[in-house]
Structures are given as structure tokens and as C-alpha cells.
Design a binder for this molecule. Structure first.
Ligand SMILES: NC(=O)c1ccc[n+]([C@@H]2O[C@H](COP(=O)([O-])OP(=O)(O)OC[C@H]3O[C@@H](n4cnc5c(N)ncnc54)[C@H](O)[C@@H]3O)[C@@H](O)[C@H]2O)c1
Length: 252
């Protein structure tokens, strides 16, 4: 088992990529705290993990709120004795639209959920990892931060910030054996995709997206979980500051 005796938090673990990551980590021996705005979704995923004989704890959290992030980390440490892996996966999309059509409140919310969450998690996860003598952050950014699509300007920018924060945190925390890496998924068939397509998920729109991905399909939670597992495991203990595309060649 590649994550035996590790404790992981996966934000947004109630759906999509986060659910895939949480389930894969649990299978590999980690105790997983599933933090999600949607407590019922987190409870469902945690219930499935526990039923399969692994360890999971659902926690309600809004990752944009500093005190709620503190409570999430505290609950992980209380329940499982420490924290080794922090997956900042919870995020919010922008509905595809011309750049002048996004109102200020939506812009602020995108940056609070996608970017401030990284600050919030660092404040509490770094001290917990210091107590363990090592740790691994995995931030879920996006190909949007590397190769932006039109209509998603503010979301693209938020993911660009996640990529830069990943590298900046990595270089500062490296001497303490706390590694910080990011994954850049290409579009995946999760509930979020509809927003990236402007609120309508038609077969024609889906075909248009897939036509931009050389391997010829959408990403899956399994693709993202496999890559996250490598970054989280000790096999990657010399890997930090890497922002890796999981994109079937989209960014080439
Ligand atoms: N689906 C894609 O096409 C795609 C592509 C690239 C990157 N991403 C990124 O992957 C990550 C996961 O997205 P997904 O596609 O699995 O989405 P999803 O909609 O399936 O799941 C997102 C989860 O995050 C939770 N969440 C939302 N806001 C939250 C908050 N403030 N606090 C806590 N939890 C919150 C939701 O309740 C949901 O369970 C996001 O960061 C997203 O930006 C998605």
C-alpha cells in the first residue's frame, strides 16, 4: 500500500475528481478526511469508503473561510493523529461568458474559493505537517492556467495563481521536506463541466472540447487520482514545485 499510515485531507471530496482521489487514497491505506461544502455528498463518499473497510471522516467546510479551514485541519488531527497530505481540490467554475459579463461578486467568489483556499490551507496544514517532519500538498489547478480557453478569463487567472502559489510554496517549504505540487487536469465529465460550456452540456459542445484533446477523450477522476497518488506517495519524495498536466496532450 502506497499511503499506509498517512492521513490526508481532500477538499471537495464529495464529487468528481475529489471523490476519485479520496477513494483511491483510502484504498492505498490513507485515513481520509473529506471536506466539502456539501456535507451530504461528503457523508456519502465517506460512508462508501468506511463500508469497504477503509477509513474516512466527512466534514462540512467552506474552503474560502479561514476559520472553517482551521476546524477542518483540527478535526483531521483529532480523528487520525496528524496530517501528512493536503489536497486542495475544491474549486468553483466560471460560467463561460465574455470577460465583461462576469460581475464583481462572482469574480471575488472565484478567487476566494480557488485561490484564498490555498492560503487558508497553508496557515493550518503547514504547522500540522511540521509536527510530522514532512508533508505533501497537492493543489488541483487546471490546463486553464497554462493554456486558457476564451470565455473563462477570471477562472483561468485563478488557476494561474494556483500554479504560481504551488511553485512559491514549494521553494520555501522544501528545506522542511514539505512538498508542494499541482495537477492541471483538462476538462472532465464532472458536474462542473456544464458551466465551462456556458450552462448547456450538448453533445456538440462536448465534441468540440474533445476535439482539442489529442488523446481524444475527457479526463476522468481515475486519471487525476492516479497522478495525485504519485505526488502524495514517498515515491515522489524528490518531486516538488511540479505542475503536471493530466490532459491527454491538450497543452502541447
Ligand atoms: N471538471 C473539469 O473539467 C475540471 C478541469 C480542470 C480542473 N478542474 C478543477 O478540479 C477541481 C475539482 O472539480 P470537479 O470537476 O471534480 O468539480 P465537482 O463540481 O464535481 O466537485 C467540486 C466539489 O467541490 C465542492 N465545493 C465547491 N465549493 C466549495 C467550497 N467553497 N468549499 C468546500 N467545498 C466546495 C462541491 O460541493 C463539490 O463536491 C476544481 O478545483 C476544478 O476547478 C476541473
Amino acid at each position: 500500500m502506497r499511503l499506509a499510515n498517512k492521513v490526508a485531507i481532500v477538499t471537495g471530496g464529495g464529487s468528481g475528481f475529489g471523490e476519485g482521489i479520496a477513494k483511491r487514497f483510502a484504498l492505498e491505506g490513507a485515513a481520509v478526511v473529506i471536506g466539502d461544502l456539501n456535507l451530504a455528498a461528503a457523508e456519502k463518499v465517506a460512508g462508501e469508503i468506511n463500508k469497504a473497510g477503509h477509513k474516512a471522516l466527512p466534514v462540512a467546510v467552506d474552503v474560502s473561510q479561514n476559520k472553517q479551514m482551521k476546524s477542518l485541519v483540527d478535526k483531521a488531527v483529532e480523528a487520525f493523529g496528524g496530517l501528512d497530505i493536503m489536497v486542495n481540490n475544491a474549486g468553483m467554475p466560471q460560467r463561460n461568458a465574455p470577460l465583461l459579463e462576469t460581475d464583481e461578486a462572482t469574480f471575488d467568489k472565484i478567487f476566494a474559493v480557488n485561490v484564498k483556499s490555498i492560503y487558508n490551507s497553508a496557515m493550518y496544514a503547514v504547522p500540522a505537517m511540521r509536527k510530522r517532519g514532512a508533508g505533501a500538498f497537492i493543489n488541483i489547478a487546471s490546463t486553464a492556467g497554462v493554456r486558457p480557453r476564451p470565455g473563462l478569463v477570471w477562472y483561468n487567472g485563478s488557476k494561474g495563481a494556483v500554479i504560481t502559489l504551488t511553485k512559491a510554496m514549494a521553494v520555501e517549504l522544501a528545506p522542511e521536506q514539505i512538498r508542494v505540487n499541482a495537477l492541471n487536469p483538462v476538462a472532465g465529465l464532472t458536474p462542473m463541466l456544464k458551466e465551462f460550456m456556458g450552462g448547456q452540456e450538448t453533445e456538440e459542445m462536448k465534441a468540440k472540447f474533445v476535439s482539442t484533446i489529442p488523446i481524444g477523450r475527457f479526463s476522468t477522476p481515475q486519471d487525476i487520482a492516479n497522478a495525485a497518488l504519485y505526488f502524495a506517495s514517498d515515491e515522489a519524495n524528490f518531486i516538488t514545485g511540479v505542475c503536471m498536466e493530466v490532459d491527454g496532450g491538450r497543452c502541447i
